[in-house]
Structures are given as structure tokens and as C-alpha cells.
Design a protein around this ligand. Structure first.
Ligand code: SF4
Ligand code: SF4
Length: 293
């Protein structure tokens, strides 16, 4: 089983449209498991129309809670809390739930064992059926920050099912940018497809995300999306890739049918035979060969 992760240096590069097209193309040739690892903005489901078959809570961390009947108002917890999350009182102390970072220092230091660490639900993860294969996806509640951990959970579950069912490919739609969720999405991948756009920051964004995939030893391919909207910038990206010896998986031209396909809940390759769909078919052929070698 191979694992292909789709990443981009920043959001809005068309990564999810490309992931949906590749899911469509790959599923007609092989058994596929899908993971939407962009848990802060899970969009793949908008195109894949999943039917939810499992729903699980995701616990992101714990926060402290003080038992008023055990607390003797000694003030030790206030002293050890580096986040000013303890609210003093005459008879007992309380925790400011919004300020608490869950470090548990107060829990260990309270002489009266008046503090408990209470696990908090930070989101949910789901297993769904789609016409292209099972999809694992998630929703992180507003204000929660544990997206790296949730991405790991989504990917682990997807990987387990892919191994159990003998799937050929685990296709991961990764989060944009860099940082913890991207690290979680890239870990263990056989290949990363980096989606770049010919913009002012195109090369810079690509360089940043490459630092992550290089760090994990994940071989990368680059797909230039909307390649014809700024040929000079597209050439800049290509020159950068030549210099770094990163193969180009394809150049997808700007095509208004891509948006129309998304609005109609379809991958572009299932919706129309325009230039973008053609380019994506060629890109998939390239990736399929690259994954085999
Ligand atoms: S350390 Fe324990 S007993 Fe002391 S104020 Fe805090 S919760 Fe109360
Ligand atoms: S768990 Fe940490 S952050 Fe929260 S109240 Fe206790 S010491 Fe402060």
C-alpha cells in the first residue's frame, strides 16, 4: 500500500479540487482509502458527498477543575500556574477555563488533592463511505488547537483500514502551510504532491513546505496549478524545481469548469473534458508511475 499526500505552501491553491480529481482517477484503477487531513477546513467532503458510517469524539487535552469542598484556599495552585488561570477566593479557588493550558502543574502541587484534570472534547472524527472509497475526516471545534494530533488520528485510522482491506493507495489531502498538522500529514508518506501557484510568493511557499517533506525524507513532485495565469512566475517555479531536482508532475491550466465542477459537487475529471481535466489525467499517470518505482 502506497501513501500519497497532497500539500501546498499556503491555502487557496486548488489543493482540494486536485485531491478530488486524483481520488476519482485513482479509484477507477485501484482500491483507495481517502483521508482529509485538513481538519481546520475539511473541504473534500463537499466534492465527495460522503455518507457517514462512524462518528467518534476527539479529546484534545485536559483542563484543571478545583473541588470547592476539598480546597482550603492555600494559594499554592495560583503560585505554580504560569498561565494566570487560577482565580483566588476567600473560601476556595477556581480555574479560568479559557486561560487554563492543561499543564497539570497545579494538579501535582495541590496539597489537598483538590484538583482534577478533566479531558475535553476538542472535535470529532468520522469514517464515511464515498463513491471513490472510504473517507476519514474530522472536525475540530472552534478555538481548539490540537489539529496536529487530530490529523494523526485521522491518518492512523485511514492507514489501519487501508492495511486491513489490502487497499493499494492511501490518498491524503493535507493541510496547507507548514507546521504541526503538515508534519503529521507528511509522516510516513511515500510521496508528496506539492501544489504551487504562479504567484509572487509561489516559490517561497514551495520552499517552505519542501523543508518539511525533505526533513521527513518524503520524495516530492510539484504540480503547478493555473500555470498559464502568470507564465513568468510559472517558469520561476520550474527553474526552482530544476535546480532542486524535483520532478514536475504537471501543469494545470486555468479552467473555469473547475469551479463549476466544485459547485456541482463533482471532481473536474468526472465533470468535463476541458484542459484542466486533461492535465490532471496526465498528472495522475505521472504519479502512478512514480509511486510504482
Ligand atoms: S492548591 Fe489546592 S487547596 Fe490550595 S488553593 Fe489550590 S486547589 Fe485549593
Ligand atoms: S493546569 Fe496548568 S494552566 Fe491549568 S490551572 Fe493548572 S497550572 Fe494553570
Amino acid at each position: 500500500m502506497k501513501q500519497l499526500v497532497i500539500l501546498s505552501g499556503k491555502g487557496g491553491t486548488g489543493k482540494t479540487s486536485i485531491a478530488a480529481a486524483l481520488a476519482h482517477l485513482a479509484s477507477s484503477e485501484m482500491r483507495l482509502v481517502l483521508a482529509d487531513a485538513d481538519v481546520d477546513a475539511a473541504n473534500l467532503e463537499l466534492v465527495l458527498a460522503p455518507t457517514r458510517v462512524e462518528e467518534h469524539p476527539f479529546e484534545g487535552g485536559s483542563i484543571a477543575e478545583i473541588s470547592p469542598d476539598k480546597c482550603v484556599a492555600c494559594g499554592v495552585c495560583e503560585e505554580v500556574c504560569r498561565f494566570d488561570a487560577i482565580i483566588p477566593g476567600d473560601r476556595f479557588y477556581q480555574v479560568d477555563r479559557l486561560a487554563c493550558e492543561g499543564c497539570a502543574a497545579c494538579f501535582y502541587q495541590c496539597p489537598e488533592q483538590a484538583i482534577q484534570m478533566i479531558p475535553q472534547q476538542a472535535g470529532e472524527w468520522y469514517r464515511s463511505d464515498t463513491r471513490f472509497g472510504p473517507l476519514f475526516h474530522a472536525h475540530l471545534f472552534a478555538g481548539q488547537e490540537n489539529s496536529g494530533k487530530l490529523v494523526t488520528m485521522v491518518k492512523q485510522q485511514a492507514r489501519l483500514l487501508a492495511l486491513d482491506t489490502g487497499a493499494d493507495l492511501l490518498l491524503v489531502d493535507g493541510p496547507p502551510g507548514i507546521g504541526c498538522p503538515v508534519i503529521s500529514a507528511s509522516a510516513g508518506a511515500d510521496m508528496a504532491l506539492l501544489v504551487a501557484e504562479p504567484t509572487i510568493s509561489g516559490v517561497h511557499d514551495l520552499d517552505r513546505v519542501l523543508a518539511t517533506t525533505d526533513h521527513f525524507g518524503v520524495p516530492a513532485r510539484v504540480l503547478i496549478n493555473k500555470a498559464d495565469i502568470n507564465p513568468a512566475r510559472a517558469e520561476e517555479i520550474e527553474a526552482f524545481c530544476r535546480e532542486r531536482e524535483i520532478p514536475i508532475a504537471g501543469r494545470v491550466p486555468y479552467d473555469t469548469t473547475v469551479t463549476k465542477a466544485m459547485v456541482n459537487g463533482q471532481p473536474i475529471t468526472a465533470y468535463a473534458d476541458g484542459p484542466a481535466a486533461e492535465a490532471l489525467r496526465r498528472a495522475w499517470a505521472h504519479l502512478r508511475e512514480a509511486l510504482r518505482s
